[in-house]
Design a protein. Structure first.
Length: 454
């Protein structure tokens, strides 16, 4: 066997695989001999079928199968030995580009197209400046967190009038087009959380109402999407189209969240027994925890900014025509058309572009994901999970075994390696570029965090 490479341009090449008769002859003969032993053909005793008959019946198929194996083996050995950095997989150039005669087999030559990875120059240095956004941990933010904790660990008590954050137990009665109770219509009891009612007019109408009051409402305006609306009305989501949206709502009960008291019981629930012993200590602990939490988010915002900038400004040329053909050819169920590929290609190319940029960063800066580091990182993730659910941390030997079992699962391992790669990238970014730290209030910070382009 012999493989040669012909460059079409910087991003495309042809690989020609030449197979001599000596490469396949013995294997084809051995396979046909095995077929002859096992063949059960009427008119012949088992194992006594003439070889000529076997050759005529199975020869071409066996030859084609053997050639495919040899070509595949030769291609990937060549790619590996020559360290070719290819995109996708080799594609046969065309059915008519096979040189050889299956009727009188001798030498065969197969031609494959390959897409080559481009050379990439990444311009990232201490001269590169990026905003590093951090949230200002002020008293207002700490107060907000304390109020959230107090509500979370509070209790529901009966209230006299509906407030903006109360829960109301109501009965829904469906109305007809005239605004009258619909005969045979929906009648269902459910709950409404006032804090999730976004329609201002509806919220204003409900506020201040008492038990027994009746209000005409749009079911859409007191629910959060179709699934929530169906559950609230006690119907299937598919049936919503047949139901009127106007309902008479009767308030049966009002539940007010009574916040938990700021005492040792709450401190222990939040931070563990006796870890925090006063309101001042709690405020300090919350400020520290918030700073640590937002630091991770700030790192991700920075990474997103640099990633977007590199994708936009780094020149990455791709063998687009080859990649489109490869996407079509590599389908398992042939569900995509050429039009589909054309329509989705820009998004695919952007993702591939970032993969190549990231690969170049790792290669150029010798960034590695070592097994011990990944194992320790996984153990850290598990410890966070245990702490989140109040589960005591196991001994290191047990923790290590659990982490190893976690990494033995392919999908989980890929997820952890992706997370670890992001950590490595963030460390590289922060040690390479110049950071312009900016502190902003919580609301501004959240807007930035939720804006993929910010």
């Amino acid at each position: 066997m012999n493989v040669t490479k012909e460059n079409v341009d910087k991003l495309n090449a042809l690989l020609k695989v030449k197979i001599e008769a000596g490469d396949y002859k013995d294997k084809v003969a051995a396979t046909l001999a095995d077929y002859r032993k096992k063949a059960n053909i009427p008119g012949f005793r088992r194992g006594k079928v003439p070889m000529g008959f076997v050759q005529k019946q199975y020869g071409k198929a066996v030859l084609a199968d053997e050639l495919n194996k040899l070509v595949s083996e030769a291609l990937y050995q060549y790619i590996d030995s020559e360290k070719l950095d290819i995109l996708g997989n080799p594609l046969p150039k065309g059915e008519n580009d096979v040189v050889g005669d299956f009727e009188n087999p001798d030498t065969f030559e197969f031609t494959y197209e390959v897409g080559l990875s481009p050379e990439i120059e990444i311009n990232l240095s201490s001269k590169s400046k990026y905003d590093f956004t951090k949230v200002k941990i002020d008293d207002a933010l700490v107060d907000k967190q304390i109020n959230d904790f107090r509500r979370r660990y509070g209790k529901l008590v009966s209230g006299e009038t509906v407030g903006e954050t109360d829960m109301i137990l109501v009965q829904f009665v469906e109305l007809d087009e005239k605004g009258e109770i619909k005969e045979g219509g929906i009648l269902n009891s459910s709950t409404i959380s006032m804090e999730f009612v976004e329609d201002k007019k509806t919220k204003k109408e409900l506020a201040g109402k008492k038990v027994g009051d009746k209000v005409i409402v749009s079911a859409t305006n007191v629910s959060r999407g179709a699934s929530d609306k169906a559950a609230m009305l006690g119907v299937k989501e598919a049936d919503l189209a047949t139901i009127n949206d106007q309902f008479q709502l009767t308030i049966n009960e009002i539940k007010v969240m009574e916040p938990a008291e700021l005492n040792q019981e709450l401190f222990d629930k939040l931070f563990g027994e006796s870890s925090v012993k006063s309101e001042n200590e709690m405020r300090e602990r919350i400020a520290t925890d918030l700073a640590a939490m937002f630091d991770e988010d700030s790192d991700k915002i920075l990474a997103r900014r640099i990633t977007n900038d590199l994708i936009e400004k780094t020149e990455v040329n791709l063998p687009d025509d080859f990649l489109k053909r490869w996407i079509l050819a590599s389908q398992k169920e042939q569900t995509l058309s050429l039009e589909d590929v054309e329509r989705e290609y820009d998004s695919y190319a952007k993702g591939l572009k970032w993969q190549l940029i990231q690969k170049e960063i790792f290669k150029k800066n010798d960034l590695q994901l070592k097994h011990d580091e990944v194992l320790d990182y996984t153990k850290g993730l598990l410890l966070k999970q245990y702490a989140q659910y109040g589960i005591p941390a196991p001994e290191d030997q047990e923790l290590t075994a659990t982490a190893q079992g976690f990494l033995a699962k392919k999908e989980e391992a890929e997820r952890v390696y992706d997370m670890m790669a992001e950590v490595k990238l963030i460390e590289y970014f922060k040690s390479t570029v110049k950071l312009n730290e900016k502190q902003v209030d919580y609301d501004t910070y959240m807007k930035i965090a939720q804006d993929a382009t910010a």
